[in-house]
Design a protein around this ligand. Structure first.
Ligand code: ARG
Length: 565
């Protein structure tokens, strides 16, 4: 609707003495079709015009000169409702999609601005579990949405590659690891060592002291500790990268916590120089008032903390990327941590504080309940992807054994199902992992959207045509179901903006489900191939537009769309 909002804004703005951009932003989508296609709420004009909103609406309706796209205006209560010409919608929307192709819906609102997205960030020496799935797919989608708005997006993986857990891994590896070079199944092996350590330490608390001592050796740069750290780091990262490739996700930087170790001294010096630190029980802290616990920067034994490294990362990112925003896609249980970071920056008087955005999300639950890494009930992300792909392969073998590129399609659909399941609902909702729900071809799922796209592609293939130019004759699109599809297509650009601004890829997921449903209604009520040539051409153009928008919307969520399935 953005293009129609702009056309209405241009013509309404002079009547009320507003900037057209302000009018466009105020236009709303009415809750039902009887109220037109767009509505202008006149309440906002009451203070300026000193008149009751319904009277303002009536007066505007009288004076308004209809632009070409608007068929009529109508006053309902305090609203001025706009009804668009069906033909104009059809022509302009299909032309816009075809002209823009893969960039339909993009804008330049972010041109010249940089956003850092810190996401996924699994912990080395702990396995990559499904608990890290939401941050991984949300972060990827949010990055793509901002890119579509013209921002320069820097994707950063802040690996958890430093901290006391490395001490624990070293102790476990030295005691029970048999000097294994970790060439085979490194993650499985490291995971079992990790679980064993936490089981043993309950009976043998001195293990914890040993672990701390090994971490201190690592921080002091001692050779054996560094060698072991390298080993764990290298094998884990290689494994993570394989998972990212499978998910189709890329990062600009794998700068984890260890990257900031040589920047800690300067970071501490800077915070001290700002005069906001104090010593408490031998530790260096920043007090944050009565509502928040103090931010601990350095323990009495000199060890640094997660927060210290995050502050170093903030200063580094500001200097290196000069970002307008730094978006942290991190689970809700870390919200205290991000509040503390923001407040430390604020106490230092730094505007950078305002750039920090914590995008939180709920938990991933198996139907049985929450999983725990320590007790070893963790579900590995790799296993989930493997299982999803295998299940889809079985379905294809049953239902469509002749399908070309079967394996590739199984991979696209299986991975897509898992990604979509994580992005379907608002991110604060917990994600319950139920296979039949994840993989259904009919419910609100990734496979359903991919299937609808494949259905469009099959119609286009059957037509035998290659080009689907916007139609001149629009009679074939007069049906209400076709009009509904066209209006939905016209809302794609603002869906991108809204999803990005609220950090809610689910807005895009919902939109695509609605589009698929609208399309399937059209598909069931209007014959496409075999109609009179002009009607067929206009309907094919619509199908082509739907396919393009589904493909592009899915790609903004991180899914691919097979041509056939
Ligand atoms: N490694 C952390 C975890 O798995 C997430 C890191 C998030 N990013 C950050 N800059 N703190 O919980």
């Amino acid at each position: 609707m953005q293009m129609f909002k702009e056309q209405i804004a241009q013509t309404l703005a002079p009547l009320i003495d507003w900037e057209p951009e302000r009018v466009a932003a105020a236009l709303e989508l009415p809750p039902n079709p009887e109220l037109g296609d767009l509505a202008f709420p006149c309440f906002q004009l009451a203070p300026q015009l000193r008149k009751a909103p319904p009277a303002i609406a009536a007066d505007l309706a009288e004076r308004y000169q209809l632009p070409a796209a608007v068929a009529k205006v109508q006053v309902v209560g305090s609203y001025l409702n706009f009804f668009l010409h069906p033909q104009v919608i059809a022509k302009q929307v299909l032309e816009a999609i075809l002209a823009a192709g893969n960039t339909y819906g993009n804008s330049q609102q972010g041109a010249g601005k940089t956003i850092v997205v810190d996401f996924s960030s699994p912990n080395i020496a702990k396995p990559f579990g499904v608990g890290h799935m939401p941050t991984t797919v949300l972060g990827n989608s949010i990055s793509k949405l901002y890119q579509a708005l013209g921002y320069n997006v820097v994707r950063v993986n802040h690996l958890g590659d430093w901290g006391t857990q490395f001490g624990a891994m070293m102790v476990a590896y030295l005691k029970w690891g048999d000097n294994d070079p970790l060439t085979e199944d490194p993650i499985g092996k490291l995971y079992r060592l990790y679980v064993k350590f936490h089981k043993e330490e309950e009976a043998e608390p001195t293990l914890r002291d040993e672990a701390r001592a090994w971490f201190n050796r690592l921080e002091a740069g001692e050779e054996e500790a560094t060698r072991l750290w390298r080993l764990f780091y290298d094998v884990s990262l290689e494994n993570f990268k394989r998972t990212y490739r499978r998910l189709g996700i890329e990062f600009d930087h794998y700068t984890g916590e260890s990257f900031y170790i040589d920047k800690i001294d300067a970071t501490l010096a800077r915070i001290k120089a700002a005069g906001v630190t104090e010593i408490s029980d031998g530790a260096l802290v920043v007090s944050l008032g009565d509502d928040l616990p103090p931010c601990l920067l350095q323990k009495s034994d000199g060890a640094t903390l997660y927060a210290t490294r995050d502050l170093a990362a903030l200063f580094y990112r500001e200097e290196t990327f000069n970002p307008e925003r730094i978006i942290y896609v991190v689970a809700l249980d870390q919200s205290l941590h991000f509040q503390q970071l923001k407040l430390v920056l604020k106490r230092m008087g730094l505007p950078l504080a305002a750039a920090v955005v914590h995008v939180a999300f709920g938990l991933v639950k198996l139907p049985e309940g929450k999983m725990s890494t320590r007790r070893g009930q963790m579900v590995l992300l790799d296993d989930v992807l493997q299982e999803a792909t295998a299940r889809v392969a079985t379905i294809i073998a049953e239902k469509n054994p002749e399908l070309p590129n079967k394996e590739q399609v199984a991979e696209q659909v299986g991975i897509g199902a898992v990604i979509f399941h994580n992005l379907k609902n608002s991110r604060m909702r917990d994600i319950i992992f139920d296979w039949s729900e994840v993989l259904s071809f009919e419910g609100e799922t990734g496979p359903y959207l991919q299937y609808t796209h494949a259905r469009c592609m099959s119609v286009l293939r059957k037509s035998g045509q290659q080009q689907f130019a916007p139609p001149q004759d629009l009679a074939g699109l007069a049906d209400e179901s076709a009009q509904q599809v066209l209006k939905r297509l016209s809302q794609f650009p603002e869906t991108i903006t809204k999803a990005a601004e609220t950090y809610e890829p689910s807005t895009m997921s919902r939109y695509l489900l609605d589009l698929a449903q609208d399309f399937n209604r059209f598909y069931n009520s209007c014959r496409i191939i075999g109609e009179d040539a002009a009607i067929e051409a206009s309907r094919l153009a619509l199908v082509n537009g739907v396919a393009m928008v589904l493909r592009r919307g899915l790609s903004l969520l991180g899914l691919t769309a097979p041509e056939q399935m």
